[in-house]
Design a protein around this ligand. Structure first.
Ligand code: 3EB
Length: 348
């Protein structure tokens, strides 16, 4: 099977070209990033419109996942989704509900995160999609404190409570994920799930996030460093948001170049770990598709230079401006590989 024939394909295109998308029939769904957020697509396709700025010189971008199998669309509460036999892509965007009973209840973000994840698990259980391949979380003011706690930590409580409520594991076999601060808007979540078996990958250089000590919040974040699955006969790898963390500590405070190199060392370690589990796969740093979140837009050239030095040229890299989930992290990099990648234009 040539790469173009893989069951899953990632297409990246300028947001202005979303309406002229080729091969609509194969579209599972996607996410668009712009500031301000685009109007949500009017079709029944599950597209998330995330309010996230792009660094100077970068155009608003859409990521489109294509599934090369017969697809059908559906809704479950606030979730819009599209599924085939093997893959399901869904997304939802929730207002942070104000606490119902005065100030006694959980913070609104925590309650909303729990509701979102409960709803996702209900859908996946009902439709028989046992495993999440990848989940993306975006919400504003991720580092701001409210209700006596940083909002990222509130999110971690709500997310973990939903896993526990639905009888899901909160360690070892958990999804690959990321959680980033958007510029404004709601709690936006997109996910790719599968009926295939997903192997969770950890990074030997890092303490598993689900075992972080309580210095980083009362509940550890529920995510794995990567998810690995064989889909349509090909090994595919989804690497979580990866930061300059070794052990459980942030390294290289204030040095975005060194943080970028540490992110890439971590990604290389995850790729090595995945390759050990899937020896026939040929995951290489220069064939992955990357998404890079920089806290300060002026750092993008430095990050780009470090990536070029470490990897050489990449298949596809997108840069976004986002707050990262620890105030001392300046950059976070996610990646995926094994699926086909299509880009229309240079620099995407
Ligand atoms: C880290 O390694 C950096 O909470 O879902 C990376 C990937 C991070 C996912 C999440 C957070 C999450 O802890 C932050």
């Amino acid at each position: 099977m040539s790469p173009a024939e893989t069951i899953l394909q990632l297409e990246r295109l300028p947001a202005s070209r979303l309406s002229s998308l080729d091969g609509r029939g194969s579209v599972l769904g996607g996410a668009c990033f712009s500031h301000p957020a685009l109007a949500p697509a009017s079709s029944d396709l599950p597209f998330l419109a995330v309010d996230m700025a792009l660094p100077p010189g970068e155009a608003a971008i859409c990521e489109v996942w294509h599934g090369h199998e017969p697809l059908q669309s559906g809704r479950h509460g606030a979730i819009r989704y599209r599924q085939g036999d093997t893959l399901l892509y869904g997304c939802l965007s929730l207002d942070e509900a104000p606490a119902e009973c005065g100030n006694d209840g959980p913070p609104p973000l925590q309650a909303t995160a729990e509701a979102a994840y409960r709803s996702i698990f209900e859908l996946l259980d009902a439709r028989g999609y046992s495993s999440i391949l990848r989940i993306w979380n975006y919400f504003p003011a991720i580092n701001r404190e409210s209700h006596g706690m940083e909002r990222y930590r509130q999110f971690n409580i709500g997310r973990q409570d939903a896993f526990l409520a639905r009888g899901r594991a909160v360690a070892d076999n958990v999804p690959a994920a990321c959680a980033l601060g958007s510029a404004a808007g709601r709690l936006d979540i997109a996910f790719l799930a599968t009926r295939a078996r997903v192997i969770s990958i950890e990074n030997p250089r890092q303490v598993s996030a689900y075992h972080y000590p309580s210095d980083y919040g009362p509940r550890s974040p529920t995510f794995a460093r990567a998810g690995l699955a064989s889909l349509g006969g090909r090994d595919m790898l989804f690497i979580s948001g990866t930061a300059s963390i070794v052990g459980h500590q942030t390294l290289h405070h204030g040095d975005v170049a060194a943080q970028t190199r540490e992110c890439l060392q971590n990604i290389a370690a995850v790729v090595a770990e995945a390759s050990r589990q899937a020896p026939r796969a040929d995951f290489r740093l220069d064939t992955l598709a990357y998404k890079v979140y920089v806290r300060h837009p002026e750092d993008v050239d430095t990050v780009r230079r470090e990536m070029a030095q470490f990897i050489g040229s990449t298949m596809s890299t997108v840069f976004l401006q986002a707050d990262v989930c620890r105030a001392d992290l300046l950059v976070e990099i996610e990646a995926s590989g094994g699926h086909a990648v299509a880009t229309c234009c240079p620099g995407i």
